[in-house]
Each structure stands twice: as structure tokens, then as C-alpha cells.
Design a binder for this molecule. Structure first.
Ligand code: PMP
Length: 362
């Protein structure tokens, strides 16, 4: 979270001021979600996000709950039947480039006829298979990708153009850890979803952006609160939305605009990632296994030459105020997350620490 946003939220916690600075006598957590105060907060968050991400008018922005993992079920329940014959399970195709897309494939199997169109498992999820080699079925309703694999540090630098690959399927993108870090190629997307807790705000809010023509195809068993058409028709207020998380995300969107928007964030994110990869590649102690063309700007996993140094690295880092560097338990090593709120100076401090640690352990 940007510190500026936390300071603002703290100052507004007991008594929220409207856009003119007029206090309303209650905090955001105490408001009715249908009252005029919260309605204005939600509408402001949505319109600021639409303008920041340049979301075209024929896409709906939905504020939901359940996180990325719930969407792994909600997406197939809503979209698998797009191109299915009556009475048949729809076909859903997956490109697996790491743990998160793997989980999506597994979950969708409960609701649809899944198929692995491509996988980089053989490389240990250090690469993205060339889209020209993907085996997309002609009847597939959608193709799912994870545009940034948060654990393996593998990122699509451009979204695949399914039309150019000869497919009419909709592209579904899990952009949980990529959203708001760079511009989005909406013309290639049918639906994108992401948990808010990386670049958008606190956990509890899930963003779904869906092309209007994909609404209205949900399975009969789909819970009403998870039916995109119902959520859209009710302006994300079919049930009580995560009001405080939406408010906080709105403050983050305002902050992003003050930074110069997504284009400015992308420039900064490129600088941060470059500084860290350069430090890793020029060292004899650290390494990153991901192919250069798909290295993530947001999550940079790296490994020390010997595992035996991991504890010393982490405790020295913590003593220097550099926190949360331990790699995900499934891959080990270290992982640095360079989300929007992390300034370049934070990366520079990490690089200085890494270099000093390497000198000490040469
Ligand atoms: N997809 C991606 C790319 C993620 O990084 C995560 C969480 N780290 C998830 C899905 C799961 O999200 P949640 O915990 O919000 O369900």
C-alpha cells in the first residue's frame, strides 16, 4: 500500500469527508452500502479505475469477493457454455505457466471439459511456450492464461492474439499480480480478473472486467452472487460488496493518477525490475532461472548459490529493514515483489544489501 494512502485513510477513518471536505459524521465501515456516501465512493472508484486502465465502454467492471481462487470456479461456471452444444459441458483450454494457472486448470475441471493447450512444466515453469505452438481446440469457449505467475516470476510481455492464432475463443486472463503495473491490451481480452491485494488495495476485493457479450451464459448451478450478469445488473451491489476494501482501492486509484497514471507506473516498474535483474545477473552468488523474454517485472524470484546461506541472508535483510523476501514454500530461495507501491529507492536498498552480503560471503 502506498504510505500516502494509509495516512489519508487513517485521517478519514472516524469521520469520512466528501469531495468538498464536508465530514459526514461516520466512517466508511459504518455506512450503508446503499447510502449516498458509499454509493459515491464506489462510483468514484469504478470511474477512476476505468479511466486509469482505459477500460472500453463495452466492458463491465465488477467488484466481487472470493479472490483469485474463487474466480477459478466462477469463470468456468459463467463462461464454459459460451460455445457448448445444449446439454454438453463447454470446452475450456488452459496455458499453464506456473502454479496459479495450474490451479485454475484443476478447478475448472469440476465445471467444464478442460484441456491443456500448452505447458512450461518441463522447464520448471521458467518459460512461456510460443503461442504459435498452443493446441487450442476449435470448440473452446475460452483460453485461460495467468499473465504474471506470482510464484515463478514469469510474465507475458504481450497478451496472445487468439484471433491471429485462428481461434474464436475468448481470452481469460488472471492478472492478479500484473493489473495496474502496465497498460492492458483490452482488444485481446474477453475477461480479466484479479485479487486486489497486490496493486489495487487490501485483500477482500476481487476485480473482474468482462466484455458485455460474455454475460448471460452462466450454468444453472452458478450461485446468484457469482453470476456476472446478476452482479453487473446490480452495479456490484447484488449483495453487500467489500465496502472498506473498495474505498481503499479508490484511494489507491487516486494515488495512481497523481503518480501520472499507468504509463508512469510502467516506466518506474521497468526501472525497478531492471535494477534488480542486473544485480542478480552480474553477481556470482545470486541467480534467476527465468527466460529473459518472460521475466516478471512484479515478482523476481532468485536463489543463492547455496541454500545454506538463506537464513543468514534473510536475517541480515530483516535487520536492514528489508522484509518479506523469503521465496514461496513451493520453490524456495528468495522472492522480491516489486508492486507499484514499492519505490525505486526500496529496490536500490535491496541491491546494496545483496552486494554487501555477497562481498561478506565471497
Ligand atoms: N492468481 C494469482 C496470479 C495470484 O498471485 C494469487 C495469489 N497470490 C491468486 C491467483 C490467488 O488469489 P487469492 O488468494 O486472492 O484467492
Amino acid at each position: 500500500m502506498p504510505e500516502e494512502v494509509l495516512v489519508q485513510a487513517a485521517s478519514e477513518m472516524l469521520d469520512w469527508p466528501d469531495a468538498n471536505g464536508k465530514r459526514c459524521g461516520m466512517g466508511v465501515m459504518e455506512m450503508s452500502h446503499r447510502g449516498k456516501e458509499f454509493t459515491s465512493i464506489c462510483a468514484h472508484a469504478e470511474s477512476t479505475l476505468r479511466s486509469l486502465l482505459a477500460v472500453p465502454a463495452h466492458f463491465k467492471i465488477l467488484f466481487m469477493q472470493g479472490g483469485g481462487l474463487a474466480e477459478n470456479a466462477i469463470v468456468p461456471m459463467n463462461l464454459n457454455a459460451l460455445r457448448a452444444q445444449p446439454g454438453q459441458r463447454g470446452q475450456t483450454d488452459f496455458v499453464v505457466t506456473g502454479s496459479w494457472s495450474q490451479k485454475s486448470l484443476q478447478e475448472a475441471g469440476k465445471y467444464s471439459d478442460t484441456h491443456l493447450a500448452a505447458s512450461s512444466q518441463a522447464s520448471g515453469f521458467t518459460d512461456i511456450p510460443d503461442p504459435a505452438s498452443w493446441e487450442i481446440r476449435q470448440g473452446a469457449s475460452y483460453v485461460h492464461i495467468c499473465s504474471n505467475e506470482t510464484i515463478h516470476g514469469v510474465e507475458f510481455q504481450a497478451l496472445p492474439d487468439l484471433k491471429a492464432l485462428g481461434s474464436d475463443a475468448a481470452l481469460v486472463v488472471d492478472f492478479s499480480s500484473q493489473v495496474a503495473s502496465r497498460p492492458v491490451e483490452w482488444s485481446r481480452i474477453g475477461l480479466a480478473f484479479g485479487g486486489a491485494q497486490k496493486n489495487l488495495g487490501p485483500a477482500g476485493l476481487t476485480l473482474v472486467v468482462v466484455r458485455e457479450d460474455l454475460l448471460g451464459h452462466a450454468m444453472a448451478i452458478c450461485p446468484s452472487a457469482f453470476n456476472y450478469q446478476t452482479v453487473a445488473a446490480n452495479g456490484s451491489m447484488y449483495n453487500t460488496p467489500p465496502t472498506y476494501a473498495i474505498y481503499m482501492a479508490g484511494l489507491v486509484f487516486d494515488w495512481l493518477q497523481r503518480q501520472g497514471g499507468i504509463a508512469a507506473m510502467e516506466v518506474q516498474n521497468i526501472s525497478k525490475a531492471r535494477a534488480l535483474y542486473q544485480a542478480i545477473d552480474s553477481s556470482g552468488l545470486y541467480s534467476n532461472p527465468v527466460a529473459a523474454h518472460c521475466r516478471s517485472r512484479m515478482n523476481v524470484p532468485f536463489f543463492l548459490r547455496t541454500e545454506a546461506l538463506n537464513d543468514a541472508f534473510l536475517s541480515g535483510a530483516a535487520a536492514a529493514g528489508l522484509l518479506q523476501l523469503k521465496g514461496h514454500k513451493s520453490v524456495g530461495g528468495m522472492r522480491t515483489s516489486l508492486y507499484n507501491a514499492m519505490p525505486l529507492t526500496g529496490v536500490q536498498a535491496l541491491v546494496a544489501y545483496m552486494q554487501e552480503f555477497e562481498r561478506r560471503h565471497a
